[in-house]
Design a protein. Sequence first.
Length: 317
Amino acid sequence: MANDLYDVTIIGSGPAGLSASIYTSRARLRTVLFENYSPAPQAILTDIIENYPGFPDGIKGYDLIGKMKKQSEKFGTEINAAFVKEIKPEISGNRKIFHLITENKIYDSLAVIIAAGSKFKELGVEGEDRLASQGISYCAICDGALFKNKDIVVVGGGDSALQETLFLAKFAKKITLLHRRERLRAAKILQEKIFAEPKIEFLPESVIEKISGKNKVESVKINNIKTGVKTELPCDGVFIFIGWTPNTEFVKGFINMDAAGYIITGTDMNTSVEGIFACGDCRVTPLKQIVTACGDGAIAAYSAQQYIDKIKGTEYK
């Protein structure tokens, strides 16, 4: 017995995946979106998003994603919590069918849009694994309130790191911000806010070599990579925001990727496998922002629609 057939399956429920689903569902393509990826989409973990058009006072990431999800469901998207473990193509008649294998069921689809996003990157230093969830965190909005009136260390220098640091300043007594470079690379407006906050001390050209503590974080060993001077800094917590790793392991060896695991696409979001498209933070892109992810999703949906119309023989000529 054949599995139920969808026109499009979308993997990932961040801004890219939800935007794609809005477009495919409005095109009246039967669409299912799989949202069970961990951690949650980066956008949903952001306290206040200030640079998304249309919200001059900013909007909470959770609220923005909620609005996108509601809009997608309004147009008919089926949202499923299943986790896609593998994609297998099969030629059936004159069509290629993609089998999406989950824990309990196989879903069939004419086209696939991968919008699986990315997960936090670890420092890889001594003590990080042992003290995980014992004072080490990769999500300020998740754990910030646990560090009220505490001394914490933040590692990172990009937009996400500074946004998270500003959120943590609502709770912490003191924040030491470490960055391995001489200067921060985040947007200037974020840097201005960081340097204007008296709770925050910036230590450039500095890295953590070790995180110490018996049952919880108690201190970090800091190395100034310019001078070679090493110091022990007492602290109650360490927040790490040094980048992300794409959630693309499930298609490794199947779709062309770069050395870091990001999916290589064309301008129409096509991948090396015809009928599979990728968008958002899981693909090679010079800018990882919500607004660009949404644009990616719209393009991927349009390209998937054209592909499906062609194989169905319903393309507009």
